[in-house]
Design a protein around this ligand. Sequence first.
Ligand code: 8ID
Ligand code: ZN
Length: 371
Amino acid sequence: MLRTLTRQFAPINRSSFIRTLATTTIPETQKGVIFYENGGKLEYKDIPVPKPKANEILVNVKYSGVCHTDLHAWKGDWPLPVKLPLVGGHEGAGIVVAKGDSVKNFEIGDIAGIKWLNGSCLSCELCEQGFESNCAHADLSGYTHDGSFQQYATADAVQAAKIPQGTDLANIAPILCAGVTVYKALKTADLKPGQWVAISGAAGGLGSLAVQYAKAMGLRVLGIDGGDAKKELFHSLGGEVFVDFTKEKNVTEAIQNATNGGPHGVINVSVAEAAISQSTEYVRPTGTVVLVGLPAGAVCKSEVFSHVVKSIQIKGSYVGNRADTREAIDFFTRGLVKSPIQVVGLSKLPEVFELMEQGKILGRYVVDTEK
Ligand code: 8ID
Ligand code: ZN
């Protein structure tokens, strides 16, 4: 039996929240963007509203960020097959409108976030130790489980993100993947306040948040990306030194000069294989290269002699666990990071993918599921 939304909310003076007051019944069908094969038509149409299982909440998604991962999923870039047909999206923010009988941690009317990690087994050694994203049975929103590019989406209540009442839902959406991921990647780099971190892909969705989390952690931030608009965004977010890979003749030298010997850590959030390998060259001796961006079929090459003599580390970092999520949201709620977003209707998703493919997006696009 599902407990459905009946209670009346007290009005809160936030535009994205007020619009939820009208949501009192759960329809049978809803608008969503669905595709039936990789690279196939992205159809904006009426689809059934999913029913939550005993362990799940049903979230009336108001806004969803569009992550480059959604583009990879649609294109079929990775060696892990997607569920088909698929509703993508994994940065969904909305209101809990129904829940399964065994859900204890959410009430109807709570604000919840749909994350990439929709659910995990919670009983294997990895889950037990907080490495839930690495669980062999991980269920992924917008990949193996229909995600947030629809008005109603389900999530395992244990993994769904808790969002404080009154939060601006459009602005928090990108925190649910991009924010959590870069926050975790920065923790993985294990840097100290005052040290240099380079963000490769600094003005994209993940990068623009990484700059701010890094600043909030007391790091000095060098950003690498292409074009004047990206440079401007980077500096407006508090970044210190910008290296334009489209203009700079010797990127490695420019980065090492600006950081007096190379950054202590590098967060790779570009979707460019060559840029990832290059980061092993300019990183400071004893520094750490963190791999986050996932270009199709990419290999990270590190020249072995230098790797050994410089004693560098290369680490992979994959979203974050429940604690990372809570902490990343806390940085946002305290105003330490802001989402540089542009909001468009969900029906415009194909156009957003096109801009993303061309590398033309500044910050993050967020889709409004009601348009
Ligand atoms: O858990 C994870 N590891 C995780 C989580 C979320 C996303 C990984 N990702 C992956 C995505 O799947 C994607 O491969 O991180 C990558 C970046 O996602 P995004 O930030 O959502 O993508 P974007 O908004 O398109 O930003 C990419 C930026 O990289 C720049 C672009 O200009 C853009 O600003 N860029 C490129 I493409 N080539 C570059 C280069 N050679 C570059 N920046 C510097 N040097
Ligand atoms: Zn993502």
